[in-house]
Design a protein around this ligand. Structure first.
Ligand SMILES: *Cc1c(COP(=O)(O)O)cnc(C)c1O
Length: 377
């Protein structure tokens, strides 16, 4: 562990720290919480409180910041996805909530554009719903959506993510859904920043919107945000860990601790209070540092890209041209990951992206040195 701190808690377990240049990925730890968030969680851990009262109070802050009627802290975006669908199926009936995941007698179909199928959509069926696809892998029409709407439709799900196609778009999805009296639920897990997205989809009329807490907001990794229309959010509360009723809720395995509730709202407030331009400036300067030092390698082209090319934040992207004859992308990644410290980079297919959103100050130097060693050998 050259020149780096290996916290005792990880050392005891034999798990070394790594450099995360792959974004807010769950498998690498999400994000790093600010000291104020850790302090808030530490304070929260020292006394008992009524946890339902706490989450409802935190939910008011979530709702206000998202510009929604009601909010709640959840155990991550995936948990919020489960709860959104559960709420759309049960409505405010305790009997229905008790019955899940058996959906007999309830509306139980979730409609999703085929092109938006992704590895997180299992959460939409966890509560017992059935997924109904419309359109093809890369295109869809309003007519194709309308053809799937029937008396069993519980909701229409929409996923907002850089690499996922929008199909007919959220606006049109909401228009069609509301014409049929059906709610639209949105998974926008990793779409923060920009901070404006916290309220954007609510303003468009989405009925409920979920975000991850441990990605761009830098809250606890096992927390998330859910906000939306009052009636549906009441049904969400009923289906989540419902501490003051006898309902055996589908959301029981997705409890949110008092520490995570407090950490989440603290992180959210710090996130909205902090300067987006300054945050971006940090990513840009780290990107430039790397790009400027990877010149003169034949066949290697380095571009600094950002959201305009569906990237998360700002990052240098390494492209390997025909006249490149160094190690393969797979070999470069293997060497980076196997080094000390291990460096995990991103990149689709035959490119490497050095995603800066989680690269801590100074780590860009280590990344640059290692890339130069590998690429110039
Ligand atoms: C990360 C992610 C999720 C899961 O979010 P968690 O907060 O980790 O539960 C769901 N959907 C998408 C598109 C994501 O990127």
């Amino acid at each position: 562990m050259a020149n780096r701190v290996w916290p005792e808690v990880y050392k005891k377990l034999g798990v070394p720290p790594i450099i995360n240049a792959q974004s807010w990925v769950t498998a690498l730890g999400g994000s790093i919480m600010r000291p104020e968030v850790l302090q808030a969680m530490d304070d929260a851990a020292r006394v008992f409180v009524d946890v339902k009262q706490l989450n409802l109070a935190a939910g008011e802050i979530v709702a206000r910041i998202c510009g929604a009627e009601r909010g709640l802290v959840t155990a991550g975006c995936s948990a919020a996805q489960v709860l959104m669908v559960a709420a759309c199926m049960t409505g405010k009936s305790e009997k229905n909530a008790e019955q899940l995941p058996d959906t007999t007698g309830m509306k139980n179909e979730v409609i999703l554009f085929k092109g938006q199928r992704n590895r997180y959509d299992k959460a939409f069926v966890t509560a017992g719903a059935t997924l109904v696809e419309y359109g093809s892998a890369d295109s869809a029409t309003t007519a194709e959506l309308e053809a799937e709407i029937n008396e069993y439709t519980a909701c229409i799900a929409f996923v907002v993510a850089g690499a996922i196609p929008a199909g007919i778009g959220l606006e049109e999805t909401i228009r069609v859904a509301h014409e049929h009296g059906i709610p639209v639920i949105v998974d926008a897990a990793a779409e923060l920043p920009p901070r404006s997205n916290l309220s954007k989809f609510h303003k468009m009329g989405a009925d409920m919107v979920a975000f991850s807490g441990g990605k761009g907001i830098a809250g606890p990794q096992s927390a998330g945000l859910l906000a939306g229309k009052a009636d549906l959010m009441e049904a969400v509360v009923m289906n989540s860990l419902n501490l003051d009723s006898a309902v055996a809720a589908i959301g029981r395995p997705m409890k949110v601790s008092k520490e995570n509730i407090v950490g989440m709202v603290t992180a959210l407030q710090l996130f909205t209070d902090s300067d987006e331009a300054a945050e971006r400036e940090g990513w840009v300067s780290k990107s430039q540092f790397v790009a400027e030092r990877l010149t003169g390698i034949s066949g290697l082209r380095v571009e600094i890209e950002d959201e305009s090319s569906n990237r998360q934040g700002t990052m240098p992207v390494l492209y390997f041209e025909d006249d490149y004859d160094g190690p393969s992308v797979a070999e470069i990644k293997k060497q980076l990951e196997g080094g000390d410290p291990g460096i995990f980079v991103g990149g689709r297919g035959d490119e490497i992206s050095i995603v800066m959103v989680n690269v801590q100050d100074g780590e860009e130097i280590i990344i640059t040195e290692r890339l130069n060693e590998i690429l110039r050998n």
